[in-house]
Design a protein around this ligand. Sequence first.
Ligand code: OOG
Ligand code: NI
Length: 270
Amino acid sequence: MTTTQLFSKLWNEYTERTPSAEKIKDLFTSKGNTVYNDHVAFRTFNDPRVDIDVLAVPFLEAGYEECGEYNFEKKKLYAKHFEHMTDKDAPRVFISQLLVEEFSPALQNEVKKMIDSIAEEELTSDELIFKGRLWEQPSYEVYSQLLEETEYAAWLYVNGFCSNHFTVDVNRLDTFSSLQEVNDFLKENGFKMNASGGEIKGTPEQLLEQSSVLADRIPVEFQERTQEITSCYYEFAFRYPMITGELYSGFIAGSADKIFESTDMRLQEA
Ligand code: OOG
Ligand code: NI
């Protein structure tokens, strides 16, 4: 698959689960902007059958290379980011994985059950990123138990493998010149921002400012009952130039730590 095909397939599938993203993109377009993506992100477990390196395969095949790694000690996550070697318009890719062995035996067992139930042909398809949930209908009880230990695992249990957010490249918007302006515009239009750690994460000195809306909610049919659960969210990134004059291209772990919380059900009512 070419890079363009890859991201248009991901976008179609993402906006089905995240109608707010399509609405926000249309709002920007209607104001005269062309919307480019700064990056797209994925979540997974560190089991070698589905880890970062497995999810990265379609991107590596499309011409991406590994560019940075990040550790999240408190959330017990590890992440890598990838960039396209030649196509400067291709979005960065951010993939994180949960360090499963650092959690309770009960959680480790649930994760093992999820991955054990994925069919062999799915595991070897190089297309896990499009597949969503590949295990049995979730149980609300299991979901709640996972949520007590880590929101990340609970979210993955329900949503499976998918792009958990696209990110607007704010530098390339024509009618906005700062992230604050973008946030004000989103709030005027009724969208709720993730305020964990402040609405704008990062500073000009760190060369990257980020914000995101709270994740959409979609009805999930659990074994016990149907319940609304967070799906995915939309992010906004503004990058500053380094001394070389080129825009900073990495991520900031301290900011990412708070961006992860955009899917946290417990922020929704706050
Ligand atoms: C990723 C959160 C981190 C960023 O841009 O720093 C991130 C996630 O929610 O899976 O996207
Ligand atoms: Ni992001």
